[in-house]
Write a protein that binds this ligand. Structure first.
Ligand SMILES: [Zn+2]
Length: 274
């Protein structure tokens, strides 16, 4: 699933490609895509331009000049592609936005169809369920607030990091990588971690996310940017997806274990549960 760096890569790609372009036509290839409320979209969006593109956690918010915002969640295999408008429509191109005076179109493509696009009134978007409940942004939260977040709750750290209402944007890849580099066992209880260690984790999470953004994300599955190109951070992964391979620090075999409902990858020697 695309996480913060992948979604940020898409948002930056959209800023480069569709910003200030005017919507001409919208083609809907799948009536299920937006939970059946497509009616009226073209009336609202035709002749209007894309005014801003922002990310909140793993959500993409594309604001239009109509006073409405497109809210996109890519879930497992959703993609936003900016492709020549004459390219044949793929059966997984669920929605296509044709733009005025542009030889390209914006396509929402999703072969597993868990992703979604919704249309919200821009001034109500921040109050939407699913957006209003999001936790702080890991690249924006202050160090003190980050420490407080962990000290004031008692739960296993790995599921906490995946919980979007706790911290918004991390998924399995970057949570596993962060805990590996910090040497924290994924089952460790949040309130038992020393302040010194939390400060270290804060820096590690920010560094990993920034580096992954600079590499245009991680492509271990189908992730690609709006230009269709994969990211490059997968070559830097040290724990995620490396089950049975030697830890680069100590040589022990990386373990994969189900914690909560997700599998965690960690080094049993470097990430001891004290
Ligand atoms: Zn190790």
């Amino acid at each position: 699933m695309p996480e913060l760096p992948e979604v940020e890569t898409i948002v930056r790609g959209l800023k480069r490609t569709i910003l200030n372009k005017t919507i001409d036509l919208i083609y809907l290839n799948s009536p299920k895509i937006n939970k059946g409320n497509f009616e009226g979209w073209l009336d609202i969006l035709h002749g209007k331009s894309f005014r801003d593109v922002n990310r909140r956690g793993k959500n993409i918010l594309i604001e239009s000049s109509s006073g409405y915002t497109l809210w996109v969640h890519l879930k497992m295999t959703g993609h936003l592609y900016y492709v020549p408008k004459n390219n044949a429509i793929d059966k997984h191109d669920l929605m296509v936005f044709y733009l005025q005076n542009d030889d390209y179109s914006l396509r929402f493509n999703d072969y597993r169809r868990f992703g979604n696009i919704r249309l919200l009134k821009s001034d109500e978007s921040r109050q939407q369920k699913g957006l209003a409940t999001l936790g702080p942004e890991p690249l924006e939260i202050s160090r003190n607030d980050f420490i407080k977040l962990f000290q004031t709750t008692k739960r296993m750290i790995k599921p906490a990091l995946l919980d979007q209402t706790f911290l918004a944007g991390l998924g399995n890849i970057y949570a596993d990588e962060s805990l590996f580099l910090a040497g924290i066992h994924p089952r460790r209880l949040t309130n038992t971690i020393s302040e010194k260690k939390l400060i270290e984790l804060y820096g590690i999470i920010q560094n990993i996310l920034k580096k992954a953004i600079s590499k245009m994300g991680t492509s271990v599955d189908s992730f690609a940017g709006v230009d269709g190109k994969p990211g490059g951070y997968q070559t830097y992964l040290k724990a995620y997806g490396r089950e049975g391979e030697p830890c680069w620090r100590c040589g022990a075999k990386i373990k994969r274990e189900k914690i909560g409902s997700r599998s965690a990858h960690y080094c049993p020697r470097c990430q001891k549960l004290r």
